[in-house]
Design a protein around this ligand. Structure first.
Ligand SMILES: [Fe+2]
Length: 517
């Protein structure tokens, strides 16, 4: 299942600190970003306004939906669109190249062949709805379209989602190589009546090693039997091993998790998956249940021993973990954009996205918090970050990224996007830099009728400061109705370069910069 992200909703410039020089709530062109564009491009030369830094050598890949209908049937939620990859390649000689291709997944190819959306597992439904035969197939075909994120395992690059299956692709051409199903390490528990297909779309590197951690969520299909969580170390796409596994009363939806030098930390919010409800509604989203009174359970897994520590904290929902690290006294620190509930997933429903009036209805706002876990006292403390005057919306960021050279370490800067940054609706998107060491360093970038997706920070090789580098973001100009790649100076959050693309780049969820070897 997919369910990426974004839950946002701040109200930043709302109020005394920040006033925009315009009044805008119509979001011209905003809906364009959520429409089909399945056109292919391969290494088309593109021009930037200004010379490119020669140290910038590699490829930025973004993943997200590229087609939202097939034949006369369309998806009801943007989350379910067929995956499309976009890339910007920088050889380091001043040139740049753009590539865009649909992922040739089984579900996509079979849908093309049938000229209709085939009933693979999706987050939401389709219009017109499937008939009874297809509803039965829906229960048997797994989610197959990886439109959420990209990652690399020892130079093999894959598109991923919140499931264990992946699609490998060629980084130079974005051609689909094929479906990949890494081996599932053998469990000490019985797998009778279980389904072990769910994972997280955000695997996390292990400290000081090339391996990654991932979570497998095993669903019980037999009422009365337990679900299971497994922390897995992936050393390559052909080699995995169990770090820890344990049974749970319910299966919690988790899209990401934290890793420090010695621990993997899971936030199991009371957002659980009911198989029965899923089958009843023929929808993954319809099978997810939020309990607004239950605590969130925190699992802290000792990477070295496999021991699992269980703690409790407030009722809170978390989509994306940011960075986590250990203090000298052994306490664990983790930063999280928190939500009061998971209802912001509904903002990707087309009935909301395409309704300008509805897009003004924002129900909740993310709150950036720091949780500190002390395993000796079994306590969890939390603090809410304050926002600085230059970017009073910065604490409401989502889609967080940071300098990956500082992963597992004490750090200062988070970059992200803020939706509804001025209180004027979903189409109002700002890019922000949150300084968690000193809020006076908070900065933001916003521009009239310009719509941004998650940024990515590329560090300068050998850079001395944490914010030495460039910030890249896929953007859409609502006035010109064209897409472009925006390059910001992370130190000032001001534009330093841009390049328009030969075609519209639909709204995309996540991506990554792969250094040229
Ligand atoms: Fe995500």
């Amino acid at each position: 299942m997919l369910v990426p992200i974004l839950l946002l909703l701040p109200l930043c410039g709302f109020g005394s600190f920040f006033t925009l020089p315009y009044s805008d709530d119509d979001g011209p062109g905003f809906e364009d970003m959520f429409k089909t564009n399945n056109k292919s491009y391969e290494n088309v030369a593109i021009q930037f306004d200004h010379p490119l830094p020669t140290w910038l050598r590699g490829t930025l890949v973004r993943n997200g939906p590229g087609q939202v209908e097939m034949g006369s049937r369309r998806y009801l939620n943007y989350f379910d669109g067929y995956a499309k990859l976009h890339s910007w390649t920088f050889p380091g000689n001043g040139s740049a190249f753009f590539t865009a291709k649909m992922i040739k997944s089984k579900s996509y190819l079979s849908s093309i062949e049938k000229k209709d959306i085939q009933p693979y597992l999706t987050f939401d439904g389709v219009s017109p709805p499937f008939d009874e035969v297809d509803r039965f197939k829906w229960m048997t075909l797994n989610n197959d379209d990886m439109n959420v994120n990209v990652f690399n395992y020892q130079n093999r690059t894959v598109a991923i989602s919140d499931i264990w299956q992946m699609y490998e692709f060629d980084l130079k051409t974005l051609d689909t190589i094929g479906s990949v199903l890494p081996p599932t390490p053998p469990s000490k528990f019985s797998n009778i009546g279980k389904k072990s297909e769910m994972a997280c779309a955000h695997p996390v590197p292990e400290y000081g090693k090339s391996s990654r951690f991932e979570i497998i969520k095993t669903l019980s299909l037999i009422p009365g039997t337990k679900d299971r969580l497994t922390v897995v170390r992936i050393t390559s796409l052909d080699n995995t091993e169990i770090v820890a596994e344990w049974e749970t009363e319910k299966s919690h939806y988790m899209h990401s998790f934290s890793v420090t030098e010695n621990y993997v930390i899971l936030f199991a919010a009371p957002y659980t998956i009911s198989v029965m409800k899923m089958l009843e509604t023929c929808s993954v989203g319809g099978g997810m249940v939020w309990d607004d009174e239950a605590n969130t359970t925190i699992y802290v897994v000792d990477i070295n021993t496999g021991a699992v520590h269980t703690l409790q904290t407030e009722n809170v929902f978390v989509t994306h973990h940011i960075n986590a690290f250990e203090l000298q006294d052994g306490r664990i620190v983790m930063d999280l954009p928190t939500q009061k509930n998971p209802f912001a997933f509904n903002y990707y429903d087309f009935s909301y996205l395409s309704n300008q009036t509805d897009r003004m209805k924002i129900l909740s706002l993310p709150i950036l918090k720091r949780y500190t876990i002390d395993l000796r006292t079994k306590t969890v403390t939390k603090s809410v970050f304050k926002c600085g005057p230059k970017a009073p919306c910065a604490c409401a960021l989502e889609m967080p990224v940071f300098n990956e050279n500082y992963r597992h370490l004490n750090y200062c800067y988070i970059y992200g996007m803020v939706v509804n940054y001025n209180g004027k609706g979903f189409s109002q998107i700002a890019l922000v830099k949150k300084n968690v060491c000193n809020e006076s360093g908070d900065l933001m970038y916003a521009s009239l009728h310009q719509y941004f997706t998650e940024p990515w920070f590329v560090p300068t090789p050998g850079g001395k400061n944490e914010d030495d580098g460039v910030l890249l973001a896929s953007a859409y100009d609502g006035d010109k109705r064209t897409s472009y790649l925006l390059m910001l100076d992370p130190k000032t959050m001001t534009e330093i370069n841009r390049s328009y693309t030969p075609t519209m780049v639909p709204f995309n969820f996540h991506g990554r910069f792969f250094n040229m070897i």
